[in-house]
Design a protein around this ligand. Structure first.
Ligand code: NAG
Ligand code: NAG
Ligand code: NAG
Ligand code: NAG
Ligand code: NAG
Ligand code: NAG
Ligand code: NAG
Ligand code: NAG
Ligand code: NAG
Length: 510
């Protein structure tokens, strides 16, 4: 396999070849007010030497755009289909319809099928615990029966909350699987091992920091820390390594030693929280990519290539903010395909800029802002709230990119983002006569008042975005990925829970 070849090259020759670049993957999710055309996104992948992509849903237009490229693809079976896939017949049909028709000469280079997305998250209350292993088994069996088993492997992308270390031994070598899913994990691990399929895990140091005020800040990054976590004689200087190695030890508790591990998601958001900004994202990625590029591995699995899918490619400004306001800002690009900060994906740490989306057209340079003469505070507030129900106001939060705006600036931001989401439609900058259109860019400092992408056709403005998370009506919306409606794709992405192991690691520093 190519991965093996690359690994050997690094260990024995020690050269910095292009393997790290060529081996880098990215998650492509697209829950946005406007989706970039798939062809444009595929061009971005090529332009930035991103050679692997992970998807969350089957989408015919995406598959067509990927066809004929060398890009390796991990396709996905969403959680709401897991129960269906417990029927071998359904799995066979899914493979026929969603895999077989896309592969072959000039087709899509599908290498993996992600069965479910973090199905064992504790916040799902065990909803998918029974279905996941049978679904995995049936999908791989269907692949095997279609003669694709050697080329395409089924795996289950899981969140790092599936394993932990005991409270009296808070170190990676204490790692074991969460007891409530212990039996299922053992079945899954042994099955993956038998099929030579990788284990896929999502690791989020940002979430550790977000959820634990006491989490040692530097431990989320890769620049070294004063007091490493000592696991016997082994020092751990970052939570990524600790999370990875805890998993390696957990795998050993079920008797599997050398299982390949993929990082299904890892990344840092740029807005929506005080620790979510471009500067820290750049710091995180530059450390991560240098580490990956040098193939240093982790303390317990040193000197090896780690297969990684960054999370994510694009911001998704219509995603649910249940996990936190940062949820819409994970992209290394904005949702319209513009680079946010310097990033050298080759891992060589150079000052490089990513290559943005080509062929995209923006709406005219017009913004909607609060009239200087507007004074009715309650009316302003009411209209701002309305605007934020239908557009993304997460940058207004405390410590966020537009967190320093005053009340009037806030209203302008809300009016504008609504106006753009409505594709600058006539009448969408009304707000009870409190607002006006201007050609003077109201952006200030870190706070950008965006101009949206022009809709692909000269169509009427889109329906209000399905973003209900700002409105009181939706506050009770559960993260329940049951219904097979398109919005079920809201459940994917970085999830919410952190590995207990991290909490545990954190307490070392008190
Ligand atoms: C961009 O536009 C050019 C010229 O119209 C076209 O040849 C090219 O295929 C387009 N690229 C993408 C990625 O859409
Ligand atoms: C992509 O890789 C090619 C060949 O290795 C290199 O010439 C090019 O500069 C790389 N592009 C980026 C954006 O890193
Ligand atoms: C193909 O995948 C899509 C989305 O995952 C799903 O809705 C559809 O039912 C699948 N087709 C079959 C025949 O299972
Ligand atoms: C899982 O299966 C067990 C045993 O068959 C059953 O008792 C349990 O209710 C099932 N759980 C779910 C969430 O379906
Ligand atoms: C802009 O954001 C950066 C972090 O990305 C921060 O260091 C800087 O202070 C901010 N500037 C202003 C004017 O808030
Ligand atoms: C990186 O390059 C950009 C322009 O290419 C420049 O503005 C910036 O100062 C550079 N940053 C560093 C750290 O050299
Ligand atoms: C302010 O606006 C509210 C409606 O939001 C309206 O009921 C009220 O009369 C207005 N006050 C003034 C002084 O115009
Ligand atoms: C601006 O809006 C945000 C989000 O709605 C709010 O938290 C903040 O308090 C507002 N700031 C002012 C000065 O009104
Ligand atoms: C899980 O249980 C909690 C508490 O009982 C409930 O609030 C939540 O809605 C449930 N979530 C799901 C996905 O069922």
């Amino acid at each position: 396999m190519e991965r093996g070849g690359c690994l050997l090259l690094f260990i024995f020759v020690g050269l910095l070849s292009s393997c790290a670049v060529e081996g880098l993957g990215v998650n492509w999710g697209a829950i946005s007010q406007y989706r970039l055309p798939p062809k444009v996104v595929v061009q971005m992948l090529k332009d930035n030497n991103l050679t692997k992509v992970k998807l969350f849903e089957m989408d015919d237009s995406i598959m067509k755009a990927l066809a004929g490229t060398d890009i390796e693809v991990m396709v996905a079976i969403p959680n709401y289909l897991l129960r269906t896939m417990t029927s071998p017949n359904a799995a066979t049909k899914w493979v026929e319809k969603n895999i077989t028709q896309y592969i072959g000469k000039g087709g899509v280079n599908i290498k993996y099928v992600g069965v479910g997305n973090e199905p064992f998250l504790t916040s799902y209350n065990g909803s998918y615990v029974n279905a996941t292993y049978p679904a995995l088994k049936n999908v791989q069996t269907a692949l095997n029966e279609a003669g694709l088993g050697d080329k395409i492997k089924a795996t289950v992308p899981l969140n790092a909350d599936i394993y932990l270390s005991p409270t009296n031994n808070y170190v990676p070598s204490g790692g074991y699987f969460r007891p409530d899913i212990g039996k299922e994990m053992e079945d899954i691990v042994k099955f993956l091992d038998k099929n030579k399929a990788p284990f896929t895990i999502n690791i989020y140091p940002f979430i550790n920091l977000y959820q634990n005020p006491g989490f040692p800040f530097d431990y989320a990054f890769f620049d070294g820390i004063k007091y490493p976590l000592m696991d016997k004689d082994t020092p751990y200087t970052n939570s990524f390594d600790a999370a990875y190695d805890t998993l390696v030890f957990a795998l050993e508790t079920v008797g599997v030693k050398d299982m390949p591990i993929f990082i299904g998601e890892v990344g840092w958001p740029t807005d929506g929280d005080r620790n979510a900004n471009k500067q820290l994202a750049e710091k995180f990625y530059s450390g991560l990519l240098k580490k990956l590029g040098s193939n240093q591995g982790t303390p317990y699995r040193p000197k090896q290539y780690i297969e990684v899918y960054l999370f994510g490619l694009l911001d998704e400004d219509a995603k649910s903010v249940d996990p936190g306001n940062f949820e819409r800002h994970w992209g290394i690009f904005t949702s319209d395909g513009q680079p946010k900060y310097p990033l050298d994906l080759s891992g060589k740490g150079k000052n490089k800029t990513l290559v943005g989306a080509k062929n995209v057209t923006f709406l005219p340079k017009k913004w909607c802002v609060l009239k200087p003469t507007a004074t009715n505070t309650s009316a302003i507030l009411q209209n701002s709230k309305y605007a934020c129900n239908f557009a993304d106001c997460t940058p207004l939060g405390l410590g966020c990119s537009c967190g320093q705006l005053d009340a009037k600036g806030n209203a302008s931001y809300a009016f504008n983002i609504y106006y753009q989401a409505q594709a600058q439609k006539d009448g969408s900058c009304g707000f009870d006569n409190l607002a006006m259109v201007t050609t003077k860019d109201p952006s200030q400092g870190n706070c950008t008042f965006p101009i949206m992408l022009a809709p692909p056709t000269p169509s009427p403005a889109p329906a209000p975005a399905p973003t209900s998370s700002h409105g009181p009506s939706s506050s009770s919306e559960a993260d329940d990925a049951e219904s097979p409606k398109p919005s079920s794709s809201y459940y994917y992405g970085p999830s919410i829970l952190l590995a207990l192991a991290f909490q545990i690691v954190a307490s070392f520093f008190f």
